[in-house]
Ligand binder design. Structure first.
Ligand code: IPD
Ligand code: CA
Ligand code: CA
Ligand code: CA
Length: 259
């Protein structure tokens, strides 16, 4: 079995195991802590899932390195070799406050190139996946590639800071040229909305490598674009102001941004 197929099989199994732990967690026994701010939360479940995934990855693939949100990964200075990007719960605020709209995400990169992406919508039991060159799938069923729509033809998704903080007010004119704005609160699930054709772009003012990695593989797989707001390439060693979008909307968004 090729390395990619071996990983594919194991990742799907591990993600389902993680989701079973999350689903069996009792909301009232969750330990919730603040990280950098009152709305930047981490729970014992985020830590447990990342710790377990990291342990499983290291046991099967000891040469590989891990970039994870909650501190169980490696301190990466480059993207050489095989790197696993792990977001144990994407949408922790939703997990704590809504008990829905959160995802487990894994992206695998070889020498900096995205080769596999997995986004699991835990509550809906939908596992979205992509292997570079093989298309995008939901629960192993191939998904239709979304239409390449322009900014004026669809809805745009953003993170809340882009709408609430005045320093980003310039970006509101992009939203103004679209049909309207939607916000889910999980970078991974916003990307899934793009892949389903429900929005034409997702813009977020500050995404970390683990927020971007899995979705980037999937979005590039359908020929759409992922970049920083100014059109420059994503840097998976740092935070990025990130656009995921259709090809047509991307050109329009970058033009507005550069004015
Ligand atoms: C967050 C979510 C959110 C986005 C934040 C991310 P987390 O991830 O994806 O939608 O706006 O920038 O940090 O912290 O819940 O894994
Ligand atoms: Ca977080
Ligand atoms: Ca995240
Ligand atoms: Ca997270």
């Amino acid at each position: 079995m090729s390395e990619i197929l071996k990983r594919d099989k194991l990742i799907k199994q591990w993600i389902k195991e993680a989701a079973e732990s999350i689903e069996s967690a009792k909301v009232d026994s969750l330990k919730v802590e603040e990280k950098s701010a009152r709305n930047d939360l981490v729970t014992n479940m985020d830590k447990k899932i990342e710790e377990e995934l990291s342990r499983k990855i290291r046991a099967e693939f000891p040469e590989d390195r891990i970039c994870g949100e909650e501190g169980y990964g490696d301190d990466l200075k480059d993207l050489k070799g095989t790197v696993w990007f792990v977001d144990p719960i994407d949408g922790t605020l939703n997990f704590v406050l809504q008990q829905e709209n959160f995802a487990v995400m894994i992206g695998v990169y070889e020498e900096g190139i995205g080769v596999q992406g997995y986004i699991y919508d835990v509550v809906k039991d939908n596992l979205y996946s992509a292997i570079k060159g093989q298309g995008i799938f939901c629960n192993d069923q191939q998904m239709k590639a979304p239409k390449n729509k322009s900014l004026s033809e669809g809805l745009i998704a953003t993170n809340s800071q882009l709408m609430t903080q005045d320093k980003y007010s310039d970006y509101r004119k992009i939203a103004d040229q679209s049909m309207g704005v939607r916000m889910l609160g999980s970078a991974g699930l916003e990307v899934i909305e793009l892949l389903k054709g429900n929005v034409i772009a997702y813009m977020a003012s500050k995404l970390s490598p683990w927020d971007i990695a899995a979705g980037k593989v999937m979005v590039e797989e359908v020929g759409f674009k992922v970049s920083q707001f100014d059109g420059s390439s994503i840097d998976l060693l740092n935070k990025n102001k990130t656009i995921f979008s259709t090809g047509k909307a991307f050109d329009e968004i970058v033009t507005v941004n550069s004015k």
